[in-house]
Write a protein that binds this ligand. Structure first.
Ligand code: ADP
Ligand code: MG
Length: 257
């Protein structure tokens, strides 16, 4: 599942990390692939990602096997992370002349023995460049976090067009399966208006769970943790747990069908 939205700061990384943690705490085996050169998901998952550490960059550009960079997340038994380093910023350009530049991640994942993984979540950078295209080409599903703020829906048409292009040209299995409303501030009418608008456009694709704006959520990464372990009883942790539960039910329903 690719977590994408070309807008920055909408909660992609927070969603990736916390859903992955929540799913893993329920016994699902989860791999997070950090595809953002900023490496924020790697930070939150306490996975080393200083420049020079073998990372997704070498996997995409130098054909290093994915298995050689995947690290278990400390104190999270079912959770794994493929870290991103700043080197990845160069990949966007270095990939351009390469053969199969859009499908480098897909190839790496296909060659990877997925160790009976239940989920792979890919955290995208805030752009629709080659890294995000690689993520979409490699995934079955796209999860779009939408921040409950003004301008939230701006750019969504372009994002959906890109998903459609990837579906037609690179990956016919791809679909936008999940939309998650993030940073919901119940005190503002704007937040409920945005939520209503998103639900009226996208119906059942939108998870019932809504992630509230919560200081605990934003504090957790500075302790190299997800909010699921940093403050499991907080409103943010409970909301991500509920979102993960909905996703797991949907997955089970799809598997049975
Ligand atoms: P993106 O990956 O889309 O750029 P992030 O997940 O990094 O977005 O989130 C952007 C900022 O907002 C971060 O500082 C993060 O800690 C904060 N943030 C994300 N979700 C919440 C939330 N529910 N409540 C409060 N702060 C949040
Ligand atoms: Mg991010």
């Amino acid at each position: 599942m690719t977590v994408a939205n070309q807008k920055g700061g909408v909660g992609k990384t927070t969603t990736t990390v916390n859903l992955a943690a929540a799913l893993s705490m329920h016994g699902q085996r989860v791999l997070v692939v950090d595809l953002d050169p900023q490496g924020n998901a790697s930070t939150a998952l306490a996975t080393e990602h200083r420049s020079g550490v073998p990372s997704v960059y070498q996997v995409l550009v130098d054909d290093l096997p994915l298995a050689s960079i995947v690290k278990p997340v400390p104190e999270m038994p079912n959770l794994y992370c493929a870290p991103a380093t700043l080197d990845l910023a160069g990949a966007e350009i270095e990939l351009v002349p390469m053969v199969g530049r859009e499908t480098r991640l897909k190839r790496a994942l296909n060659a990877f023995d997925s160790m009976e993984l239940d989920y792979i979540l890919i955290d995208c950078p805030p752009s629709l460049g080659l890294l995000t295209v690689n993520a979409m080409a490699a995934a079955q599903e796209v999860l779009i976090p939408i921040q409950c703020e003004y301008y939230a829906l701006e750019g969504l048409t372009q994002l959906l067009q890109n998903v459609e292009l990837v579906r037609v040209h690179l990956n016919q299995d791809l679909n936008v399966s999940t939309i998650l409303l993030t940073m919901y501030d119940g005190r503002t009418r704007l937040a409920s208006q945005v939520a209503e608008e998103v639900r009226s456009h996208f119906g059942d694709t939108v998870l019932n769970a809504v992630i509230p704006r919560s200081v605990r959520v934003s504090e957790a990464p500075s302790y190299s943790q997800s909010v699921m372990t940093y403050d499991p009883g907080s409103s943010g942790a409970l909301a991500y747990k509920e979102a993960a539960r909905e996703m797991a039910y949907r997955g089970a329903a799809v598997a049975e069908a």
